[in-house]
Design a binder for this molecule. Sequence first.
Ligand SMILES: Cc1cc2nc3c(=O)[nH]c(=O)nc-3n(C[C@H](O)[C@H](O)[C@H](O)COP(=O)(O)O)c2cc1C
Length: 205
Amino acid sequence: MELKQAIESRTSVRVYKKDPVPLEDLKEMIRLASLAPSVANSQPWTFVIVTNKPLLEDMARKVVRQLENIPENESRAAKNIKSQVEWFATFFQDAPALIAVAMERYESVLEKGVAMDHDEVNRIRNYPDFQSAGACIQNMLLAAVDMGYGACWLSAPMMAKDTLEKMLGLEEKFKLTAFVAVGKPENIPVKMPPRDVKEFIRIIQ
Ligand SMILES: Cc1cc2nc3c(=O)[nH]c(=O)nc-3n(C[C@H](O)[C@H](O)[C@H](O)COP(=O)(O)O)c2cc1C
């Protein structure tokens, strides 16, 4: 598939056929993801492939519990909003495969020479660790499309990040960043019409 075609046809797929995704395909998606640029070529990522259904369901239960613990505001829509978010945060439990993306903390050169702590330097550098993760996850999504799969990037389950990190057996130095759910699409969702590029390009010559 041409790159432009993969970019143009990619859409978030959240409902999948039951067919398992071969491990070799998941590893290939990760290999391609890991070719993304990263700050100072730190390649700070690690990935956990989960295809174990009871574990996925248990992880989803932990996300629900965390969501329940977040106090609602006074709005009448509050309950409804929570139940919508619940689905978008837990549908991964029905995916044939989940790739958890975790990142090691990036220590910039600047940090070694200034009187600022890691978080402050990261903030003034505009979170290069998260920017690197974004590049890597987008590569993964495009690789999935190219290989005939549907995928969806999920950050909502991260509300239960600390618990999920333990369940995934992540080493202390890795912080869970996002999930990518993968499977053969049950149907191809209609792609929302994109905004007109004219709306968001400004040229300074
Ligand atoms: C950083 C990020 C976090 C996202 N988190 C979720 C999520 O938790 N659950 C979900 O269903 N979709 C999630 N998405 C998918 C977006 O909702 C989706 O990309 C967006 O609606 C545009 O649709 P498209 O991907 O089909 O073009 C996330 C996307 C990004 C980039």
